[in-house]
Ligand binder design. Structure first.
Ligand SMILES: C[S@@+](CC[C@H](N)C(=O)[O-])C[C@H]1O[C@@H](n2cnc3c(N)ncnc32)[C@H](O)[C@@H]1O
Length: 306
């Protein structure tokens, strides 16, 4: 079966069902259509502004690459409203129609296909037209047809043959899912492909943070209400398993990987701040294998690489 990061075969059925329910609940709370477009445009605009400011380049004359666009490639589509060329790479094909959802059966197996069909039927079929209409209203240059999707592992040189030199690379919630050796290979490819003034902004959800175990019950909104005994459980309990592949790299490991690949790390900021500080008691610090706050308050880290 070809690789997909969407689930882990070694997790029991009950745990998978619990995770699926958690993900569904999180999805029901998420914005859709017009609201989603507005929120994501506001987020992307900040990164496009940073690109403009740091590189001095005009996005309308530049090429962008998103690494790990996900099953619903909203960000990649929105980037078409700013950049001349948009490339987007992911291990799994995007699911833009019911036909795409079914075809993931062949490429990624039954579990991923069922998830895709359910998600498409429940949310996306109605959501995409509203999303595109909202994006068109807000971004004059919005053109989803401009996005070139590449399907394959980002650490495989073969996946990069169609991708030209890029000025801006963006990635959110992806690098923590790439095996360490592949991450090194990908960073080496990226280093070669990034233009001289170029910028990489990547926001992995780092394993050492309180959300790093990718348990859907733990989100930035639920942390304060969760049982203290479960805080940072993924670092303490040897039986903890996530329903997705995680490379378990620490924040320091990421910085070292970026540096090894020849990047200079120009920003390293924990965007969720001291999330979970109320759970970091003396007893917790004793139970944890690490006590470094740089790691324990990592979670979503915004790295800028040049
Ligand atoms: C948690 S999702 C995030 C998707 C999207 N960036 C978002 O913020 O919604 C992680 C994505 O990374 C992709 N991915 C994982 N490993 C990858 C690899 N080696 N090469 C390319 N994509 C990968 C997965 O297929 C998945 O779509």
């Amino acid at each position: 079966m070809p690789r997909s990061n969407s689930s882990q075969a070694n997790l029991g059925l009950a745990a998978k069902a619990r995770n699926a329910w958690g993900l569904l609940r999180n999805r029901l709370r998420m914005a859709s259509g017009d609201e989603a477009a507005a929120m994501q445009i506001a987020e992307i605009e900040q990164h496009v502004e940073t690109f403009r400011h740091v590189t001095g380049k005009d996005p309308a004359e530049s090429t962008v690459l998103e690494i790990g666009f996900g099953a619903r490639p909203r960000r990649a589509f929105l980037l078409s409203g700013y950049f001349k060329q948009v490339y987007a790479i992911d291990l799994d094909a995007p699911v833009l129609s019911l036909r795409d959802a079914f075809s993931t059966w062949q490429s990624n197996g039954i579990e991923r296909a069922v998830k895709s069909v359910v998600r498409h039927a429940l949310f996306d079929a109605r959501d995409w037209p509203r999303f595109h209409a909202a994006a068109r209203r807000r971004l004059a240059a919005y053109d989803p047809a401009k996005v070139r999707f590449v399907v394959g592992p980002a650490g495989d040189a073969g996946s990069w043959t169609e991708i030209p030199p890029v000025d801006f690379v963006f990635s959110a919630d992806v690098f923590e899912h790439i095996p360490p050796a592949e991450l090194d290979a990908m960073l080496a490819l990226l280093r070669k492909r990034l233009s001289r003034e170029g910028l990489v902004i990547t926001l992995p959800m780092v394993f050492t943070g309180i959300l790093g175990g990718h348990d859907p019950a733990w989100t930035r909104w639920t942390v304060a209400a969760r049982p203290p005994s479960e805080a940072w459980r993924h670092l303490i309990d040897p039986d903890f398993a996530a329903d997705t592949y995680l490379n378990k790299l620490s924040r320091k490991d990421f910085v070292e990987a970026f540096t090894r690949a020849g990047f200079s790390v120009e920003r390293d900021a924990a965007v969720l701040g001291r999330l979970g500080t109320e759970h970091l008691t003396e007893a917790k610090l004793t139970a944890l294998p690490i006590t470094d706050e740089y790691e324990l308050f990592s979670n979503r880290v915004e790295f800028h690489l040049r």
